[in-house]
Design a protein around this ligand. Structure first.
Ligand code: ADP
Length: 603
């Protein structure tokens, strides 16, 4: 496997963090919503439970006092004392039937001290209770002991579920118990009404007995099932009590196993509903008098069904926020990268500018060196004539000095003084010549200033004068009157003139007629023309002579003179060009801008 790049690693890490965050957010959303939903359901269930219990209490208590009221009727004790009197029994039957109609009880019947029914409201029904033994029923035992009896069971004769209230019938004068009067309430009616309430409240309910047998429920299949496992002992006990008559009791499929916990509410159970198991929250209440445990079972389905949409919503919000965050951090990083790149660029530009500046400085130095070298080359080519120019006054000096010695020996002081004057003049001339060369050969600093054009031409002529003399060149110089000023470096401009003049002298070496004419014209610019009477420049070389290292003088020339001259003139915003004159010879034109002091100041 290829090793991961740091970027790929970072991406992987980010994806893991994003997924972990998503997982956490889903879990949190589920937990919060489920928790809150449970609280809401529980609060609602508690309200509904209270309502249902109130309703059940009311439904039962309507009948609770009837046995007591009936027991006060002497007719009942009379019948119990005179059981064989069919007329009295029949009257009681009719009376009980009427009471049953009025109270809407299921059945009302009178049992004797042995638990045998003597009279009953259902006397003419096929399942009439008359003659049946109810001594096994706890409501009989309670009443015979002098108490109000409460019990619920499936009727052995009617096979209907009922709630029984019993009350003892005392002997006239309160001595001894003769039997008991029992009022049976039909549970099916109560169940039906409770189911309607449950349906309106969108919940299910069930009522279990102390043995955890469900005997009332809004769900048919839950009825007469056991909430807890039906052990054999439990089965025996149920059979012995005959509470559920012959009805088979099954086991309700409930997960986790039901545990009666009177204190804790909100247990969530999965209970069989049809083919499937459905989740319900259990909230319950024990009706102590009746011995009923009423359970409200609120379905969890709506809450569970609302979960995916909610989780999707929170996942979307999370992802939107996370992506927004990622986007903004990526943007910030890009910005930082751009800023870094920019500052790097600026730094590089700075470095390059410095390099360029240094290169420029070096170039300028080199250029200066080159200009100097070219100047020295010209001087070199003129050296023989310069030598001659210096030797002449030196020789004269020597002979004047010798003559002065002779004059002094002969005591001819006046003559000696004259000679000394001449000697001084000669040394001044020598100093002049040397001074000219010294200032010409001085390395220029390249500093521009207002420069006297005619002065420059004259000084250049002084430099080439020895060569002019040597070669026997005729000078034809015409400089007009007036101040002719240009802006530039004096020594360099002088160098240009020396260069062109010395080239001209060289060119005329083979010519029989040697004339060097110099003219200065002034229109909107200065035009300096330097013409010789040499062979001129060959047409093929016209373009090349200003190129560096082009020379036809193999012995002395560097081929830099004209190219440097062109540079110097161009740096003064001028032009230089060459042509061949009609009457032969080369003619160089130098065009320079006129320098006006006011212009320079204002610019
Ligand atoms: P160099 O004098 O060292 O040769 P330059 O650049 O001064 O270098 O001159 C280049 C060439 O131009 C010369 O070698 C010569 O051939 C030509 N040239 C210059 N001036 C003249 C002139 N007045 N007449 C004819 N040719 C000339």
């Amino acid at each position: 496997m290829l090793p991961m790049t740091p970027k790929a690693k970072q991406r992987l890490l980010m994806t893991i963090v994003l997924l972990a965050g998503l997982f956490a957010i889903l879990k949190l959303t589920y937990w919060v919503h489920f928790h809150q939903g449970k609280i809401d359901i529980q609060q609602q269930s508690e309200r509904q439970l209270k309502e249902l219990v109130n309703f059940l209490d009311g439904a039962l208590s309507r009948y609770e006092s009837i046995p007591h009221v009936l027991s006060t009727n002497p007719m009942l004790a009379d019948v119990l004392n005179d059981q064989q009197n069919a007329k009295k029994v029949q009257e009681l039957n009719l009376y009980l039937e009427e009471i049953q109609h009025v109270t809407e009880a299921s059945d009302i019947y009178l049992i004797d001290a042995l638990g045998i029914a003597i009279a009953a409201s259902n006397w003419q029904q096929p399942f009439s209770f008359i003659g049946k033994d109810y001594s096994f029923r706890p409501y009989y035992t309670d009443a015979i002991s002098g108490n109000l009896g409460r019990y619920y069971a499936v009727g052995t004769s009617s096979d209907k579920r009922g709630f029984y209230f019993s009350y003892p019938i005392y002997q006239q004068g309160g001595k001894g118990i003769l039997g008991a009067i029992i009022v049976k309430v039909d549970i099916a009616d109560i169940e039906q009404q409770s189911t309607s309430i449950a349906m309106a409240g969108q919940y299910q309910f069930l009522i279990s007995d102390p043995d955890d047998i469900v005997f009332i429920s809004s769900v048919d299949e839950w009825r007469l099932t056991s909430l807890t496992p039906l052990t054999q002992t439990k089965q025996y006990a149920l059979n012995a009590s005959k509470r559920y008559a012959e009805r088979p009791i099954g086991e309700l499929l409930i997960k986790p196993q039901y545990q009666e916990d009177s204190l804790s509410h909100g247990h969530i159970y999965q209970i069989r509903a049809g083919k499937n198991l459905a989740q319900y929250m259990d909230t319950h209440h024990l009706m102590t008098k009746a011995g009923w445990r009423v359970h409200i079972l609120a379905p969890m389905k709506p809450l569970l069904e609302s979960m995916p949409a909610l989780m999707l919503l929170s996942a979307s919000i999370y992802l939107l926020l996370a992506l927004g965050l990622l986007f903004s951090s990526e943007r910030r990083r890009n910005l930082q990268r751009m800023q870094l790149a920019q500052s790097l660029l600026e730094q590089r530009v700075e470095e390059r500018t410095q390099d360029l500046q240094q290169a420029n400085d070096r170039l300028k130095d080199t250029q200066d060196e080159l200009i100097q070298a070219a100047k020295l080359t010209v001087i070199g080519s003129l050296s023989a004539s310069i030598n001659h120019e210096l030797n002449q006054p030196l020789a004269a000096l020597r002979s004047y000095a010798q003559n002065t010695q002779t004059f002094l020996a002969r005591n001819m002081q006046d003559k000696a003084l004259d000679n000394l004057k001449i000697i001084i003049e000669l040394t001044d001339r020598l100093a002049d010549i040397v001074g000219q060369f010294k200032s010409f050969t001085r390395k220029s600093q390249g500093t521009d200033s207002a420069t006297d054009l005619k002065g420059c031409i004259k000084q250049a002529l002084t430099i080439v004068q020895p060569e002019i003399d040597k070669q026997g060149v005729e000078l034809d110089v015409l400089l007009p009157e007036g101040q002719y000023q240009v802006w530039g470096d004096k020594v360099r401009l002088q160098q240009v003139f020396v260069n062109i003049m010395s080239n001209a002298i060289v060119a005329m070496q083979q010519s029989s007629k040697r004339t060097l004419s110099i003219r200065v014209n002034c229109a909107d610019k200065f035009c300096i023309s330097i013409q010789d009477s040499g062979p001129g420049v060959r047409e093929s070389q016209m373009e090349k002579i200003f190129e560096p290292y082009f020379t036809t003088s193999e012995r002395t020339g560097l081929g830099l003179g004209l190219s440097i001259s062109q540079r110097i003139i161009e740096s003064m915003q001028g032009q230089i060009n060459v042509a061949n004159a009609e009457d032969g010879g080369a003619i160089f034109h130098i065009i320079l801008p006129i320098y006006l002091a006011e212009e320079r100041q204002s610019s």
